[in-house]
Ligand binder design. Structure first.
Ligand SMILES: CC(C)(COP(=O)(O)OP(=O)(O)OC[C@H]1O[C@@H](n2cnc3c(N)ncnc32)[C@H](O)[C@@H]1OP(=O)(O)O)[C@@H](O)C(=O)NCCC(=O)NCCS
Length: 335
């Protein structure tokens, strides 16, 4: 007779236990970057809400940023690194296709031999990581999971690019997800639309660079701004509403709304379409940090909690969206 297999099962609930953040140490103003793109401080502020962005210096790597954010998150969660059973790093700026940034980070923070891997879901990556960590904890794959969004986008920003470079910043945000007796992470609404693969991404390939005999530039980021803008405003507001519905709550139940920090006009439009009551605090970290892709939601959450301690324990709707065109949204209890 075939023996009955054991299957894993975990905690009835999961929640975010602690957060950490690290921003690039340099403050780069609009004045510092407008020259090569024939732009102005006024244009950038009016069209995007960005006043300045944080960038890392030449000696700071994306792993350094991830490490600083992770150690703070672990301390705030009140656990030891060796209790971590999974390290999920969302990044588009690892310096090599393999090995993963996650494996290196796991060693640096003292969490070896935790399973570790990178997620390639651009600006939706943190929400993908939270979705997976929730499943890990409730499915019994791990008791504690470290979710990190880490980017050094300045490595992929061309100073002469007018489409996206001026938005980009460097930083890392981290969260420890662990067991909970009560629900702390609502169902994730997520997906992708590869038919718009070209709307945002790299301007060439590594192979083209290799074969270009010096004629092809190092691949950097570019986007069709209006295509991305329209998709974000029309389609992502619907996804945000679906995440509220999946959680069984309404916008009036929220303490905070924390969208990916892509453009202040997109954030304002979301708030309008979701009919957020005045009491809901909206994350606007893009003004001082810029767009840090996978790091932007945890960085914005960390800043919001420092500024508004009364939000601890409240509900936050978070939504990430970007290259691919991938998206993810969920309601979480703030740590
Ligand atoms: C990139 C973005 C700010 C551009 O703003 P926009 O209002 O769409 O700009 P447009 O492309 O329509 O151009 C409008 C005008 O500004 C000019 N312009 C475009 N980029 C400019 C820049 N960086 N600086 C100054 N002027 C610029 C254009 O030449 C055009 O001038 P014209 O009216 O004289 O022809 C905007 O499209 C955007 O934020 N898109 C979504 C970005 C996003 O969220 N990306 C990340 C997703 S993860």
């Amino acid at each position: 007779m075939t023996p009955t297999l054991a299957q894993s099962s975990g905690s009835p609930g999961s929640r975010i236990l602690g957060l950490g953040a690290a921003r690039g140490e340099l403050i780069v103003s609009n004045h510092d970057i407008v020259g090569p793109i024939d732009s102005s401080d006024e244009w950038i502020q009016k069209r995007t809400g960005v006043i300045e962005r944080r960038r890392a210096g030449a000696d700071t790597t994306v792993v350094d940023l991830a490490q600083a954010a992770s150690l703070e998150a672990i301390e705030n969660a009140g656990i030891r690194p060796d209790q971590i059973g999974g390290v999920l790093v969302s990044t588009i700026s690892n310096s090599v296709p393999t090995p993963s940034l996650a494996a290196l980070l796991t060693d640096r923070i003292g969490a070896t031999p935790a399973p570790a891997y990178d997620i390639s879901a651009a600006c939706a990556g943190y929400t993908y990581g939270i979705a997976q960590a929730d499943a890990f904890v409730r499915g019994g794959l791990a008791e504690y999971v470290l979710v990190v969004g880490a980017e050094k986008l300045s490595d992929f920003a061309k100073p002469t690019d007018r489409t996206i470079s001026f938005l980009l910043g460097d930083g890392a945000g981290a969260a420890v997800v662990g067991p909970s007796d009560t629900p702390g992470i609502a169902p994730t609404v997520w997906g992708s639309d590869g038919s718009k693969w070209d709307a945002i991404g790299m301007d060439s390939t590594i192979a083209a660079y290799r074969d270009g005999a010096g004629e092809v530039a190092w691949p950097t980021l570019r986007q069709e701004g209006q295509t991305v803008f329209r998709w974000a405003v029309w389609e992502m507001a619907k996804v945000a509403q679906q995440a509220l519905d999946a959680a069984g709550v309404s916008s009036a139940d929220l303490a905070a709304f924390i969208p990916h920090q892509a453009n202040m006009r997109i954030i304002d439009e979301f708030a309008k379409q979701l009919r957020l009551p005045d009491g809901v605090v909206v994350a606007r970290d893009i003004a001082r940090t810029g767009n840090t892709s996978a790091a932007s939601i945890p960085l914005a959450t960390h800043a919001l909690l420092a500024e508004h301690p009364e939000l601890h324990g409240g509900l936050a709707l978070q939504i990430g969206f970007g290259a691919g065109l991938v998206f993810g949204a969920q309601v979480v209890v703030l740590p």
